[in-house]
Write a protein that binds this ligand. Sequence first.
Ligand SMILES: [Zn+2]
Length: 297
Amino acid sequence: VWYFFFTKMPELPEVETIARGLRAPLGGRRIMGVRLGKTDFMEEPARLLRELPGSQIAEVRRYGKYLLLDLEVMGQCRSLPPDDRACLLLHLGMTGQLTLGDPAGPVARHTHLRMALDDGRELRLNDVRRFGSVRLLGPAELESWLARLGLDPLEAREEDFSELLGRSRARIKALLLDQGRIRGLGNIYTDESLWSARIHPARRAASLSRSEAHRLWKAIRSVLTQAIRLRGSSVANYVDAQGQPGEYQRRHRVYGRQGKRCARCGSTILRIAIAGRSSCFCPRCQPLVGRAGRNAR
Ligand SMILES: [Zn+2]
């Protein structure tokens, strides 16, 4: 059986869907062998070859937009108890795909990581553009590495979110995309959340009123929760671990809908660039003028 993950720019809901789908098939599996293709998007490829074989996958989880495989690394003698822990971090970039299946099956072009498992299957990472990343970290390295990422919108407290907004001079769209401040959001879910909260993407974060910040917090959590429930957005050929396409793209209200009508007011959805990223929004539902009009240019 093959499991395909055809993702395009996976964000929090897509990575969460992948983590949930892989948890059962990968949990407890031992990695028997590793083969690498191009390694220019991997940190310390020699370490992957040295430390992955013989290790056991203890847990599969998401952290921001990263997929984490917690490993129990075995020493030379594999009958001994685990002598160390490590974590394999995968970022799928723009074109990363993970497949789990028959090692004798045809190998797709651009397959750069193959891990043979003790149940006879093989986990493969395919990445055409190699904007993703692969790294293996020990416990202390992992802790400091993850500490560079900001708060998780599904786990953080609302006070921490409001405080973050209050001390930021960035535009709200740029702040939401900044993984060092908030982890897991990308272009799709920021646009959807801002539309839902009726906040213009170019507003300065600190200019949001208390009620606007509250609305945005609720909107982000609701959008993400619904997207996870619908297994993410199939913007490309996205198929989850059970072979089902994500369905959240049918719920997109602004993302990729420039020129179409706003589902709430009928105005034409516009697209502008903010901090180098495109933003789709409704000019009527999401006016640029904030409190006292200080955001107007
Ligand atoms: Zn509207």
